[in-house]
Design a protein around this ligand. Structure first.
Ligand code: NAP
Length: 556
């Protein structure tokens, strides 16, 4: 049904099933966009993926800051739909940098001949459900319009930058940009004075690399993080062989894990029931890098406050060992009394603490000691000092889960935008569809879990493609997410959230609850019941014929 790229004069067409330009239009040519092409094309549907970037890759084409790398281990940070692809691609290390992940995504697009389905350099500025035709119309920045039966967001859950409003930000005379908008052509920071606002996962990766050649780097930190070691290592031929001989099991492990990762857990023991010496030995022996430590030591670290305190204290002691200056070590250390481990997503470090032992690196506490007052022509003024810079990086995070979907009007059947719909609560059905937005799907939307993203993305796309397959097979024109199903999922998600350590009241200031946003109150954005449980729910929904949706046929 693939049509010409022409504007449709939509209002003049008669009511009823629409002639459309594409069966499915998706936005975002990262992992989600490529997965959509694979699973929908398999059904013989015409698919168009738009992306405003000049290349595919999503996160891995935007986030080109020095040190940008995955925090998932490479061999399961990939799409699992093709055994051939898994066997053919070779990762060079435990955590690939952005260049390598980007190359991997291009390899997938090449091998699977996906490029004809992708239109780059094309920003979508509006998506609108046309009630009279029961189809979607998207409008590009150039004013071109395209229609489709199914409209799907693959824009990513951590993609829309959170730009803080700091007085004088437009006055700075040097480059000032968000970390995810690091200049694509590169930026020569050698010998320059660099200021970084924010101390999350991005800064933890960026600082050690930038500090190597910059004249100086100053990090402005509001809240310290629990930081786990990455322990990078090269992929050896023996390790690669072991992985490739066991890929089915690795993919199954991800699908069945609470965090979507190929970890060996649950382990069948709790920290609180283990004698202190034994507990310490298990903590030490498993201090081998990645998030594994949290999941492969004890089963109660994220559920029992006492166990969480033990884990938090162990991590902080490890962190402090690596910082020479006790005062800086203290500034870098969170405490369980401030917030529990995993209430903020723990970064993985590749030499972050050692960077603070260098003469050219400085840490500024902008929470208690010297809050930022303004940005001037030449630097950042706090309540105590003026710090002069050549470059300022805003590593201030993202409007997670909903930001990309609220950044331009996505207009549903009532005329209301998603942004308006989500003013106080960001409701959805399992993160994949939203009441009032017929024939629209979201990959990893609000109220989906936070887990290894390629696993979650693929599980979402499988559910979406099964739903579309049902509609095509049974001749349905419209699917409408049911409000009661949405209320039920929202209540269930909130109920689970209340039982977690995330619900520690005002103590948890985390992007995971949208608490980093200046324009909206915090809310439950994540399903904390476990990614594996969530994937089971998706499967169950598909097996039962998608009871969360009403399906309709229109008269031809
Ligand atoms: P982040 O974790 O949200 O950290 C943002 C930092 O900016 C925090 O230190 C925050 O302080 C600070 N901040 C925000 N607004 C500020 C303001 N107005 N003034 C001063 N400081 C401000 O963002 P991120 O480091 O970009 O990471 C976000 C997520 O992206 C990660 O958790 C991860 O899921 C993903 N990510 C992944 C990778 C990877 O896998 N390799 C790498 C980078 C990012 P507060 O903590 O006080 O709010």
């Amino acid at each position: 049904m693939q049509g010409a790229n022409v504007s449709a004069d939509v209002e003049t067409r008669k009511d009823g099933p629409a002639e459309v330009d594409y069966d499915a239009i998706g936005i975002g040519a990262g992992f989600a966009g490529l997965a959509l092409i694979h699973y929908l094309r398999e059904q013989g549907l015409s698919v168009r993926i738009f992306d405003r970037a000049s290349d595919i890759g999503g996160t891995w084409t935007w986030n080109r800051y020095p040190g940008a790398a995955t925090d998932s281990e490479s061999y399961y940070y990939c799409l699992a739909f093709s055994k051939d692809l898994l066997q053919e691609w070779s990762w060079t290390k435990r955590y690939p940098g952005w260049e390598e992940t980007h190359r991997y995504l291009r390899f997938v697009a090449d091998k699977c001949d996906m490029w004809p389905h992708i239109q780059l350099n094309t920003e979508i500025v509006e998506a609108r459900y046309l009630n009279n035709r029961s189809c979607w119309q998207v409008t590009t920045g150039d004013g071109e319009t395209f229609t489709c039966k199914y409209f799907i967001s693959g824009m990513g859950m951590i993609s829309e930058p959170m730009i803080p409003s700091i007085e004088g930000m437009d006055r700075f005379e040097g480059p000032l940009f968000h970390s995810s908008r690091w200049p694509q052509e590169g930026l020569d920071y050698r010998g320059k004075r660099v200021g970084i606002i924010g101390a999350g996962a991005t800064t933890v990766q960026m600082l050690p690399v930038v500090a190597e050649t910059a004249a100086s780097v100053t990090v402005f930190q509001r809240t310290p993080n629990y930081i786990l070691p990455a322990m990078q290592k090269p992929m050896t031929p023996e390790w690669e062989r072991e992985i490739k001989d066991n890929y089915d099991a690795i993919v199954a492990k991800c699908r069945n894990h609470v965090f979507g990762m190929a970890f060996d857990s649950p382990v069948g023991r709790n920290a609180v029931d283990t004698p202190p010496e034994e507990r310490q030995r298990i903590f030490e022996e498993n201090w081998t890098g990645s998030f594994r430590w949290v999941f492969e030591t004890f089963d109660d670290l994220l559920t029992n406050p006492e166990a969480n305190r033990m884990a938090s204290e162990f991590i902080v002691a490890k962190m402090k060992e690596r910082v020479d200056d006790p005062e800086i070590a203290e500034m870098l250390s969170p405490s369980f009394d401030d917030y529990p481990l995993f209430a903020k997503r723990p970064p993985l470090d590749h030499g972050y603490f050692e960077a603070y032992n260098r003469d050219n690196v400085q840490l500024v506490d902008i929470k208690d000691r010297e809050p930022i007052v303004e940005i001037t022509e030449t630097g950042i003024r706090t309540t105590r000092n003026l710090y002069e810079f050549d470059i300022i990086v805003l590593a201030t995070g993202f409007k997670a889960y909903t930001g990309a979907l609220e950044a331009f009007p996505i207009v549903g059947s009532s005329g209301e935008t998603l942004s308006e719909t989500w003013k106080s609560v960001s409701e959805s059905i399992m993160g994949v569809c939203v009441a009032g937005f017929p024939n629209m799907f979201v990959v990893t939307g609000p109220q989906a879990p936070f887990a290894n993203l390629p696993t979650s993305i693929e599980q979402n796309v499988i559910w979406i493609s099964r739903c579309i397959a049902k509609m095509e097979r049974e001749g349905y024109d419209v699917c409408k997410p049911r409000l009661e199903a949405q209320r039920e999922w929202t209540a269930h998600t909130a109920d689970i959230h209340r039982q977690t350590l995330m619900a520690a009241g005002d103590k948890v200031h985390s992007w995971m609850m949208g608490a980093n946003r200046e324009d909206k109150p915090p809310r439950v954005l994540i399903y904390f019941g476990g990614a594996n449980v969530y994937y089971d729910r998706l499967d169950q929904s598909a097996q039962e014929g998608f009871p969360e949706l009403d399906f309709e046929k229109l008269d031809a």
